[in-house]
Design a binder for this molecule. Structure first.
Ligand code: AR6
Length: 200
């Protein structure tokens, strides 16, 4: 792992096999630059933009993304996407085809928050599968403004992706910060994910 780990950090990317023709890639990169079928947005319940990755996605996608979000019906006043659920829109000016908006929990404690974070990942994967997509990229949902501890979040994220990959060919984690990137790599190793040479 010593040498391998240095190589991975230098490459800023590492890939794992999730079974036949299924790859999970962990990379240090900006999610708004990716040409995948869908990128996942760590949104809030209103779904009309915000800071962090949500702000970055809306900036690159352009004003039509906000208009598309406004079209999504509210389930209760001010709520277009309840915590743990997901909604889909086109990607507009983004290189990605679609945006899957999901809402992670504001971190309270492991017991309360874990099922909601798992649900955010699972709902996004199920929506991608039901739309027939083959590649998806996630940010570290809830790990910024919503203060989810990185190692706990990484375990839930990777376990849920392993279980709910479905027919997706590529799941990518686009991690912006070094701490997140390292937490995801370390968790992949401790979960025993099988490394693959294939670049994602
Ligand atoms: N690409 C990939 N990851 C990014 C990028 C990017 N361009 N920019 C930030 N991150 P956050 P949350 C990482 O706060 O915790 C918003 O205001 C960032 O380093 O974006 O789910 C929404 O509107 C962090 O690791 O999302 C909500 O109100 C991760 O993305 C609220 O924040 C998530 O941080 C959601 O909070």
């Amino acid at each position: 792992w010593g040498k391998g780990r240095r190589r991975i950090l230098e490459n800023n990317m590492n890939s794992y096999s999730l079974g036949e023709d299924r790859t999970l890639t962990i990379a240090r990169e900006d999610i708004t630059s990716l040409e995948v079928d869908a990128i996942v947005n760590a949104a809030n319940k209103r779904m009309l933009g915000g800071g962090g990755v949500d702000g970055a996605i809306h900036r690159v996608a352009g004003r039509r993304l906000r208009a598309a979000c406004e079209e999504i019906p509210e389930t209760s006043p001010g709520v277009r996407c309840p915590t743990g659920e997901a909604r889909i829109t086109p990607g507009f000016e983004l290189p990605a085809g679609k945006v899957i908006h999901t809402v992670g929990p504001v971190y309270l404690d492991a017991e309360t928050s874990a099922p909601l974070l798992v649900s955010a990942y699972r709902s996004s994967l199920e929506l991608a599968n039901s739309e027939g997509l083959s590649s998806i990229a996630f940010p570290a949902i809830s790990c910024g403004a919503y203060a989810y501890p990185l190692n706990e979040a990484a375990t839930l994220a990777l376990e849920t992706c392993r279980t709910h990959v479905g027919a997706l060919r590529e799941i990518r984690f686009a991690l912006f910060g070094e701490a997140g990137f390292e937490a995801w790599l370390e968790t992949a190793r401790s979960l025993g994910l099988e490394q693959s040479d294939e670049p994602g």
